[in-house]
Design a protein around this ligand. Structure first.
Ligand code: TXA
Ligand code: MG
Length: 333
């Protein structure tokens, strides 16, 4: 099989919706990362997702819905808490983990009674979901354990020989996976940090939210969240997360990509280049959202440029950097 890369014209979106309805896989852009989609009603296609990714089949998938889609049957109940979060953050990068409805297949939920559901804001995703008419299960469109794709070319390189269609679209605005909040217990809990923070969710709900830090300290924290595996989101190059002051002492043997945003880090990286030779320096803009947006493409670039290692500037340990710190920790594990 060789994937067709399709521009997101109305007719191509319609064609992809029909492909989903008839049980084929379609990769498509969202505002976070590209997803590998299958209609939740097509169990053969759901199985195909796990095969294409090489992902263990007990890992639950996120079901994507169009704005205003009827959720009855897909989730057990539309609670007031859900409605508040949907009104505040949908369409957008927030996944709600809630009790599943009777129509949602266990194949999608990894055998669990809960389902992760989200309404993406990327216009191509919205049009595709509207035209498909049923929820679309979609993990990130990368091979298991690898860096999530933020360009159609990333999907083509990794899954092009395994899926029939890749729908292109504007570059994801957010660049890292959605925030996942579990509403299964009395207290909402962040299972995966993302662009929407615990503080933003607290402000909407008016109750305390269990932070991702607290959740990951709890013994038996849900191991089924693949984003919760220690090593994940990794390029082939070794990733080191370092402060500017740590660069000075380094002696580098191999081709290296340095990525940072403060003047101090970039100056130290330039000095390394003069001292050690094969050092490439990439400057990012200093906002957490901008670093998140560039993060995965930058990690992939290290592999494309045949760098053996990436020296990534260590962000501050503040809530606005939490999601980037989380992904860097896993990429460097
Ligand atoms: O931004 C995103 O969420 C992207 C785009 C494509 O929408 N999707 C994504 O999917 O990141 P994936 O499969 O790579 O990660 C989804 C995470 C998984 O780690 C999965 O375990 C967790 O969501 N998840 C889904 N349903 C769950 C459930 N019922 N309980 C606990 N975790 C769940
Ligand atoms: Mg993933």
């Amino acid at each position: 099989m060789h994937a067709e890369l399709l521009v997101p014209s109305a007719s191509n979106i319609k064609r992809c919706a029909q492909a989903l309805q008839s049980g084929e896989l379609v990769a498509f852009p969202t505002e976070t990362v590209f997803g590998l989609g299958a209609a939740v009603s097509q169990l053969g296609a759901i199985e195909g997702i796990f095969k294409a990714k090489g992902r263990p089949s007990e890992h639950p998938l996120i079901a994507h819905v169009a704005p205003g889609a009827e959720l009855t049957g897909w989730v057990a109940e539309l609670t007031l808490t859900m409605q508040k979060l949907m009104n505040a953050f949908w369409p957008g990068p927030l996944t709600l983990v809630v009790p599943k409805g009777e129509r949602m297949p266990f194949e999608v939920t990894g055998g669990q009674n809960s389902v992760g559901i989200r309404c993406p804001s990327h216009p191509v995703a919205i049009e595709l979901l509207k035209a498909t008419g049923v929820p679309v299960a979609a993990p990130s469109a990368n091979r298991f354990g690898k860096v999530s794709p933020t360009r159609a070319s990333h999907v083509l390189a990794e899954l092009g020989d395994r899926i029939p269609f890749i729908l292109d679209g504007d570059v994801p605005e957010v660049g890292i996976e959605s925030t996942i909040v579990s509403l299964l217990d009395d207290q909402p809990a962040i299972l995966r940090p993302g662009a929407i923070t615990a503080a933003q969710i607290e402000a909407v709900l008016g109750v305390a939210v269990k932070s991702h830090g607290e959740v990951s300290k709890t013994p038996n924290a849900n191991p089924r969240v693949s984003g919760a595996l220690e090593k994940h989101y990794s390029p082939d190059a070794k990733v080191w997360v370092l402060q500017a002051s740590e660069l000075a002492a380094l002696q580098l043997q191999n081709k290296t990509l340095c990525v940072g945003w403060t003047d101090e880090f970039l100056a130290q990286a330039d000095a390394l280049r003069e001292k050690c030779g094969e050092v490439l320096v990439e400057a990012l803009s200093d906002k957490p959202g901008e670093v998140a947006k560039a993060l995965y493409a930058t990690l992939r670039q290290a592999d494309e440029l045949a760098c053996r290692q990436v020296l990534f500037e260590k962000p501050g340990q503040t809530p606005d950097w939490e999601a980037v710190n989380d992904r860097l920790k896993r990429a460097s594990a």
